[in-house]
Ligand binder design. Sequence first.
Ligand SMILES: Nc1ncnc2c1ncn2[C@@H]1O[C@H](COP(=O)(O)OP(=O)(O)OP(=O)(O)O)[C@@H](O)[C@H]1O
Ligand SMILES: [Mg+2]
Length: 503
Amino acid sequence: MPTEIPSSPVIEVAGVTKTFAGVQALRDVDFTLQRGEIHALVGENGAGKSTLIKVLTGIHTPDAGRITRDGHISTIYQEVNLVPLMSVSANLFLGREPRNRFGLIDRARRDADAAELLRGYGITADVSSPLGTLAVGEQQMVALARAVAAEADVVIMDEPTSSLEPREVETLLGVVQKLHEEGIAIIYVSHRMDELYRICDTVTVLRDGVNVHSGPLKELPRIELVSLMLGRSVKEIENHGTTAFGEDHHADAEPVLEATGLTSKPRINGVSVAIRPGEVVGLAGLLGSGRTETAKAIIGALPIDGGTVLVAGTPVPRTVKAATRAGISMLAEDRKTEGIIPNLSVRENIVLAALPRLSRFGVTSRSKQDRIVDTFIKRLRIKVSSPEQKVAELSGGNQQKVLLARWLCTEPRILLLDEPTRGIDVGAKAEVQALIDELAREGLAVLLISSELDELLDGADRLVVLRDGSVAGELEGDQLTREHVLKAIAAEVTDDSDHASTH
Ligand SMILES: Nc1ncnc2c1ncn2[C@@H]1O[C@H](COP(=O)(O)OP(=O)(O)OP(=O)(O)O)[C@@H](O)[C@H]1O
Ligand SMILES: [Mg+2]
């Protein structure tokens, strides 16, 4: 038990249990949120975090247990749950519209208030346009602004940053800090350790629906937190973390992918990237530096003004279809719109992209499908009750793993991964990284985009640094350090030859 300041709980949960058809999502959970604290809620994908939040907010009725709430709760759910067809300002003030003296909604004032409010969150979009036209990150910001404006005593945030860009994350963390200073209690769910340690006071760890630890966060070493989440000893995790990279069996192979002078004005300008079989090349750069655009140009999803893409020396026509046939696959960044088909089963979602290859004369071998699906469920540790479970019933992170499996099972020669571990828990993240590494050893060429520097440094054999749509430098070997990369990204040109070479 942690030593206590006189306690004053705003939410108290005792002995809560919640079961979904066959899955026990919460088991006898006790949880207390004190007034004014920022409480981190962590755990692996499928541990029960979102379920606990839905029980707290009354969306789910628990099978057993007691919940005491004091004050008004406002929640930002993992999936944006605003109304996409309604205007931004209508969403923001839903149920709290400013009214004129006839009792009618004062639209002019509502729009003006909305615009002003959102400016504080760095959003300058037209507030009268439908919410759905905004980027996912911006929609999440609107949801946050709405929660904050509702003058809640408790704000619950379920992975608020997983679809945000780094700059937006900073804005959000600033808002969280401000709420904290105003005395609002916050429950914060995130898989990003840096954020948690920056802003949270206390932590509760769920594992398989059980509260395995509650206490102060700052004095809990990271590795111990991870150990609690995974249910493995610190020693085991330390050993696991040191996978040996660098053995480059393919060092003198010809590149399987050669993209040269890719230009799509105004986003990218003359970007060249070559990847050998077995190589993981990271694309580093700031928001807007052209990383996603480069990947899209390679796979033919972005029209180009200039440049060529060769696969094994042969030019690839600039369509996604031709690129796919040539062996290029891409896991896109925006997985909500490009990805999951909620009503299909996990199996169907996984084999979707591989179906043309799995079917012979239009007939798909079911046993072959099942074998592949089983392999990926095991390899990625996707938490499902059965492969026939609807993908919509999976936890957020597990849905992401399904998409990753979809592209991996197309057996591409070149795999473009745009933020592959976003929303994925630390344990699975290590698995995904190990898997990428393993596939590379089998000869796959990988282009890895990540806004997490550590992921690039750990995972990539070589880094191509983009700045303002052009290649600003390439780093490999002992240049692969945080300092070098940050320098290359932000980039004053230095004379020091030991630093990033600038073109
Ligand atoms: N509506 C539902 N029907 C069936 N099973 C469900 C439903 N909602 C959640 N589950 C199951 O309950 C378990 C806990 O899910 P939950 O969404 O709470 O996980 P989480 O900790 O939020 O994970 P993530 O980090 O991936 O978001 C999972 O096994 C999930 O598949
Ligand atoms: Mg969740």
